[in-house]
Design a protein around this ligand. Structure first.
Ligand code: ZN
Length: 499
């Protein structure tokens, strides 16, 4: 018999201690088996073998508020069984919660079906936030079908039983040796997930331990695979170089793998759930819908840095999170040649300025004050557009003050190194201080007027100050190059736009 070296024994006992410690806080192991029947892919059949952490079982606390039973509106035939197969009493508490007659630590089996009819209803955030069923497969967000013990649920394995010819794309790491089996960290990792199961194509782009897993739905998009690959590679490289590293989330939300699900649909739309992205590409006959799809991808992808790695303390800084994400999405696409300069100027006017200047709170409320809860979606123009214009203005200040030696890029990089990988968050004054220092000026007035105050951002004046020709007339922002720009101005414009 080989004697274990003392150090190894110590390591094992330390592991046992920390495992025991973990067990005290969370319950596990948990195993979900999810089956789709070829004849009716709208019905998800779920069998969950759980170790109860409490007697309250629930679905995600986010969304589906338009239904009386919230997510439970789509759950059918929920039954529960004890260790020896005895049926357990299930009491529906409403609000997608149930009390099941089980004690913490006891085993319980849940059997239930989820009818994936979400796409037959209206959703404020679009069907990409819930589920949809197509000829080539099924998209489902974790919140639409997982029943867990909430935050106290432990690690879970998830195994899919799929119709012949199908595969499944998930954000979770694959379980060794298991076919279509994965391991999720906890309930948040389950409900914050998205999957695509079907005859789609999957490809992975990896950098420095971070993986972006693409699922491209329907054959009509297969021909675009190369285009998506090169778009994703180009945008990823630009973001990594800009920020100084791959997404680096806080210890409370670890991830090294994100899923991007791309499917054709009626209207171009996009959604981030957890650390994953769903994009619906609208009709191919509309060139704008293709441009929007690229823009939405670049925008949602940058949130893995600005939003998930660098995080605001409150919703008051959504203008920075959303507006600056727009700036870098635009710069990334322009940099890699995925949009032309004419398209960029066109989007600045037709999308951002239009929605900014027609926001019902334009010139009436501060972009910080309209970002809480549902208000955020009503004030897309003020937050996404206004925030973007505020950022572009500040970039022109920094570039002029430093002869184009410094820029907003330095701010992004310094915030990434200061906040990423930690649970620290920023507030508006942190932004003001860092931007003032980069522009070697006091940005008190700018922040007082346009960030804390309701005064419109003078985007035309800012763009003119670095040598562009910008004019606001008849509710439009017209931007063009001026023929007599100096070499110094040309350099500032190139930097501002991302070249
Ligand atoms: Zn966003």
């Amino acid at each position: 018999m080989i004697k274990k070296p003392a150090k190894l024994t110590l390591l094992f006992s330390l592991m046992a201690i920390s495992y025991g410690h973990l067990n005290a806080q969370t319950a596990g192991p948990n195993a979900y088996k999810i089956a789709f029947e070829p004849a009716n892919t709208r019905l998800m059949k779920i069998e969950a073998d759980l170790t109860a952490a409490s007697d309250i079982f629930e679905m995600s606390e986010y969304g589906a508020d338009q239904f009386r039973g919230r997510w439970a509106e789509f759950v059918r035939d929920l039954r529960a069984y004890g260790a020896n197969g005895t049926p357990l009493d299930v009491k529906d508490l409403g609000d997608a919660k149930w009390r099941i007659a089980v004690k913490p630590g006891e085993k319980v089996r849940l059997n239930y079906n989820v009818l994936l009819d979400h796409d037959k209803h209206k959703w404020a955030a679009g069907i990409d936030s819930v589920s949809f069923v197509r000829d080539w497969g099924v998209y489902a967000s974790g919140r639409s079908y997982f029943i867990t013990n909430g935050p106290r649920s432990g690690k879970a394995s998830v195994t899919f039983d799929l119709p012949r010819g199908w595969n499944v794309t998930t954000p979770w790491p694959a379980e060794k040796g298991g076919r279509n089996s994965f391991t999720a960290r906890d309930a948040a990792d389950l409900t914050g997930s998205m999957i695509f199961a079907g005859t789609h194509k999957e490809f992975v782009i990896a950098r420095d331990g971070f993986e972006l897993v693409f699922a491209i739905g329907s054959e009509e998009l297969f021909a675009e695979e190369e285009r998506y690959r090169s778009l994703a590679n180009g945008v990823m490289d630009y973001y990594i170089k800009l920020m100084g590293g791959v997404p680096n989330p806080p210890p409370s939300n670890p991830f090294s793998r994100s899923v991007v699900i791309v499917s054709p649909g009626e209207q171009t739309d996009g959604e981030v759930i957890g650390n994953n992205i769903c994009i619906i590409v609208g009709s191919k006959n509309d060139p704008m819908s293709d441009l929007f799809a690229r823009f939405i991808f670049a925008h949602e992808f940058f949130h893995l840095w600005n939003g998930k790695s660098i995080r605001p303390k409150t919703t008051e800084d959504e203008w920075f999170k959303e507006g600056f994400t727009n700036i870098y999405a635009m710069k990334a696409l322009y940099r890699i040649g995925a949009i032309s300069e004419a398209e960029l100027f066109g989007v600045l006017d037709g999308l951002f300025y239009k929605r900014y200047s027609t926001d019902e709170s334009y010139a009436k409320a501060s972009m910080r004050d309209v970002a809480g809860g549902d208000e955020k979606h009503k004030h897309w123009g003020l937050i996404y557009g206004g925030g973007m214009f505020a950022g572009l203005c500040i970039d022109t200040e920094i570039r002029r003050a430093s002869a184009n030696e410094r820029s907003l890029d330095d701010l992004m990089r310094s915030f990434y190194s200061r906040y990423s990988g930690s649970d620290r968050t920023y507030v508006t004054d942190d932004l003001k201080t860092a931007m003032s220092s980069l522009s070697k000026s006091d940005l008190n007035t700018f922040f007082g007027d346009h960030i804390y105050g309701a005064k419109p951002v003078p985007i035309d004046r800012c763009l003119n100050s670095v040598g562009l020709r910008a004019e606001i007339a008849d509710g439009s922002l017209k931007v063009s190059r001026k023929p007599d720009a100096s070499a110094a101005e040309e350099r500032m414009i190139a930097g501002l736009l991302g070249k």
